[in-house]
Design a protein around this ligand. Structure first.
Ligand code: FE
Length: 226
């Protein structure tokens, strides 16, 4: 399998490129528009044909490269079925599988950070978007975010996966690249709560600044960055 984790310095976003082997089909998760040329170069180097691009949710901190990639490669665009982006071609449902050659990627509806947030599981690789981060969790104070939903998505879905599941989030601000479900259960400070109410209390009192350019980014992402 080919697996590349790419980093956008400006927004601290991780983008993932997956393919079964050189010369085969490829999929990209959470592309950043400014880095599309880099992705195309990498696809060419590996002789890959991009067939699918997924956004885990409507991002607030960067513009997706989905539309640009589609116009260059004719790939299909994918999001979960709660997306407000009408031009998404394939809207996957909870527990639905996306095929990529012999690879299977399971869609998991994990609302809370936003109401449209999905996570994606390929074997023991979990692409958690902003639902579960390394040593953190996605904020829940905009885009129909809901701390209670986030708690259920994290505790009743993602943390039920095997402990050795590899966690690949959509962001990291401290240079961490990968974790595991087991490690996060033990060490992630946000997860050391005893009840949903305790989690909601933490999330509702973070007092975070509104992301720069959120209105611009969301309005662009509703049309997949077109
Ligand atoms: Fe986000």
């Amino acid at each position: 399998m080919i697996f590349k984790q790419l980093f956008d310095e400006k927004s601290s976003t991780y983008t993932y490129l997956i393919a079964s082997a050189r010369g085969r089909e490829a999929l990209i998760i959470d592309p950043v528009i400014e880095n599309v040329n880099q992705y195309i170069q990498l696809l060419n180097e590996l002789n890959l044909k991009l067939v699918k691009v997924i956004d885990t949710h409507i991002h607030a901190d960067h513009v997706t490269g989905a539309s640009k990639l589609k116009s260059i490669t004719k790939c299909s665009t994918i999001m979960g079925d709660h997306t407000p982006a009408e031009t998404v071609e394939i809207k996957v449902k909870d527990n639905e599988y996306i095929n990529l050659d012999n690879l299977k990627i399971k869609a998991m509806y994990t609302p809370g950070h936003t109401s449209d947030s999905y996570s994606f599981l390929m074997d023991n690789y979990l692409f958690s978007g902003d639902t579960l981060l390394i040593n953190g969790t996605g904020r829940t104070d905009f885009q129909n975010g809901n701390a209670k939903d986030a708690y259920h998505s994290i505790f009743n879905k993602l943390l039920k996966l095997p402990e050795e599941t590899l966690l690949y989030p959509a962001h990291d601000y401290k240079g961490e690249k990968v974790s595991t479900i087991g490690k996060e259960k033990k060490q992630n400070p946000r997860l050391q709560v005893n009840s949903v109410d305790e989690y909601v209390e933490i999330m509702n009192n973070l007092n975070l600044k509104k992301p720069a350019k959120i209105d611009f980014n969301v309005s662009k992402n509703i049309v997949l960055g077109a």
